[in-house]
Ligand binder design. Sequence first.
Ligand code: TYM
Length: 346
Amino acid sequence: MTAFHQRVFSGVQPTGNLHLGNYLGAVKRFVALQQDYECIYCVVDMHAITVAQDPAELTAAIREVTAAFVACGIDPKKHIVFNQSQVSEHAELAWVFNCVARIGWLNRMTQFKEKAGKDRENASVGLYSYPNLMAADILVYKATHVPVGEDQKQHLELARDIAQKFNNDYAEAIAARGIAGGAFFPQPEPLIQGPAPRVMSLRDGTKKMSKSDPSDYSRLTFRDDADAIAQKIRKAKTDPEPLPSEVEGLEGRPEAENLVVIYSALADVSRESVLKDFGGAQFSTFKNALVDLAVARLGPISAEMKKLQSDHAYIDAILADGSARARAIAKPVMDQVKDIVGFIRS
Ligand code: TYM
């Protein structure tokens, strides 16, 4: 086995607005990983255009996600923060992977089926081949660890399959370059961890919290002020029973479980400890505490985000600097890929 340099990569789409699921399932984890890894965090604007985007809104959303990264505590100097389209190696490797991945593999992707819906014939080709670009995002840096929410698990498995097939298909050319064991690409490991890998809708505890839910009441976002946070949490669906005092008591109560998970993730305590404090309480009491906690945790981030976001020059400079540093890693990898595949380059 070749030892790969330990490196974290992850991406967030600049579509709409970051919600609590993105924060607790991904960005909060990104922040924590900075301690132990070299991290690359990408605003995946090329993924965003797999569905129609208004160009001016896309530009604003790229800056908004970048501001969110920084406001949440990602350090763009120590680590790398950039937008995908500024590093063309992503697109170049994605093309090679379009020719490595099999149609049958992509046909199994549940997210495409969900996103394309009934009108599949009319979905963009980009939406279909989206997971190949995602594999390229990760592997163009030979990243070894990928923190994501649970909904990205299948895409990560595909990235591992693509890495393996590339290594196998080109084993001879790879060996000829002196790379041991045909292991040119690592098998990137998904980090689907933390207390909230799957935050559910506030309106329906069986549905994922998502940007595309038509109800704004289904999610908390970084655009919500304290009043909006309070309103959304007070309106959140619950059941008539008080909170249980044991975690097992949450079984079959998806809305109660979701609110407890959200509380525990925001407070950085276990679900057991939340239930120790609130077991037997009515939801009205628990919701008041959750409102206070959510406002205390999200409010300062939102305020900082607003401030940063309005400074276009500052944000754009972060992205320019991050892109240059990202390219410095991606270019030599892509050059090697070209050599392995047999392209001529000058
Ligand atoms: P995206 O932009 O939809 O979501 C960004 C991150 O947020 C996580 N997430 C959630 N986590 C918990 N609960 C939820 N309800 C929830 N909703 C979203 C997602 O799992 C993700 O980690 N394809 C990716 C972006 C991407 C990427 C990559 C990720 C592109 N290339 C390479 C990792 C590596 C996406 O659409 O995420």
